[in-house]
Design a protein around this ligand. Structure first.
Ligand SMILES: *Cc1c(COP(=O)(O)O)cnc(C)c1O
Length: 408
């Protein structure tokens, strides 16, 4: 028999979402008539913008003709999309990014999961706690950690506690770290880093020869014009940061699949011997070996997000979700719960009432009100005592969920 990669066996058995699904299924079997409202998993509900669908249809028509047919495309994506990204996402904010620094992909989940391949197994990795589980689990699978400890932390990873005391925004670690994952606006806590806070991180990365892996999947939800959408708005960030962006939440592409990663030419790593190596070159090599590009039709659809009409339609959807976020925030606050996030992110992070554990509160919401949320503890031990609600729902459902809980 073939030997397996035993690092996989270190992964915590009951992964968050399967466990939620299990509890919901059990409840439904006992209460077949109950009308559940799901504000748990972060998946969008509104249909694709008409301008996006139109572009997709046109691209399909092209593919049906001999002249317009496209086979394999460039692994790092078509120029028409990367130049639109460079212009609308970066140049418009005073940031110069070359198309050769943009890698189009089918998701930020895979990119933020695969990026660790570029770093030595001995690299020290830091993550926030609570955290988007992909960053941790992919490092576990790669063998960069020891076993999971009683605390719920993996041996070998540096955890930066995100708590009410630091407004769910941990400071750079004291100890030596090579790679740090940051997510802003944050999933799950909804916190968002200011320019000053990001400046501190960039400064720290430079001083400590560290690389920042910056997940900005939710940047489109930022409401305050003074908040940064990209880490490259911070001076010097191009030397130390890789940024992940996705059309998933921005434009409802969770089922359509398109994202991109920016690896500036200036970001370097080093060999054991101390020789400097460009991470852009390594990522290019990695992608061209293991990835064959996003389909032409989907890249055309993504490019349509940047047209004037596309922008208008996409912004309307974001506004819709942010109104939901406001309703959830106000609803929970009016019941006396302490709420965080939901102002520049589609997630509301609430403190559980009466000191209830995250999973106990999950069960209470499910059993009493048939509302499904996400227990904070599922994102890491520091999430215990908190609860995440997602603004990705139909407005009527969000309002009904709040009403149900209020009545109780
Ligand atoms: C949803 C999400 C993404 C986007 O993932 P895709 O694979 O592009 O759909 C990335 N990062 C975080 C933190 C997310 O919540």
């Amino acid at each position: 028999m073939a030997r397996i990669n035993e690092h996989y066996l270190k992964l915590k058995a009951g992964y968050l979402f399967p466990e939620i699904a299990r509890r919901v299924k059990a409840f439904q079997e006992q209460n077949p008539k109950a009308r559940l409202i799901r504000l748990g998993i972060g998946d969008v509900v509104l249909p694709l913008a008409p301008a996006v669908v139109r572009a997709m249809q046109e691209a399909c028509e092209e593919m049906a003709s001999e002249e317009g047919f496209h086979g394999y495309g460039p692994e790092r994506g078509y120029e028409f999309l990367s130049s639109a990204i460079a212009k609308h996402d970066y140049a418009s904010r005073g940031v110069e990014i070359k198309t050769s620094e943009i890698f189009i992909s089918d998701g930020s989940k895979c990119d933020s999961g695969n990026i660790q391949e570029l770093f030595a197994l001995s690299s020290k990795v830091a993550v926030a706690d609570p955290v988007y589980p992909v960053y941790v689990d992919t490092n576990v699978m790669a063998g960069r950690t020891g076993e999971i400890l009683k605390s719920g932390h993996y041996e070998g990873i540096v955890y930066l506690s995100a708590t009410q005391a630091n407004h769910f925004k941990p400071s750079p670690p004291e100890e030596k770290v090579d790679v740090v994952y940051l997510c802003s606006p944050n999933n799950p806590t909804g916190s968002v880093l200011t320019k000053e806070e990001l400046q501190t991180w960039v400064h720290w990365a430079k001083e400590n020869d560290a690389v920042i892996l910056y997940d900005a999947a939710y940047e489109a939800f930022i409401q305050d014009p003074n908040l940064p959408h990209s880490i490259y708005e911070i001076e010097g960030a191009k030397e130390v940061a890789i940024e992940f962006r996705s059309f998933s939440k921005t434009a409802g592409f969770t089922g359509t699949r398109c994202a991109f990663t920016v690896v500036p030419e200036e970001v370097l790593g080093k060999t054991q011997g101390g020789e400097k190596v460009s991470l852009n070159q390594l990522w290019n090599r990695r992608q061209s070996t293991k990835f064959n590009g996003v389909s032409y039709v989907i890249q055309k659809a993504a490019a349509a997000c940047y047209s004037a009409l596309g922008q208008e339609q996409i912004q309307a959807n974001i506004k819709y979700y942010m109104e939901n976020a406001g309703l959830i925030r106000e609803g929970l606050a009016s019941m006396g719960l302490e709420v965080f996030g939901g102002e520049h992110a589609p997630y509301i992070w609430a403190k559980t009432p009466k000191g209830l554990g995250s999973w106990d509160f999950f069960d209470e919401l499910l059993n009493k009100y048939q509302v499904v949320g996400t227990p904070g503890a599922g994102f890491g031990p520091s999430g215990e005592g908190y609860f995440r609600l997602s603004a990705f729902g139909k407005k009527e459902k969000v309002m009904e969920a709040i009403e149900r809980i209020k009545k109780g």
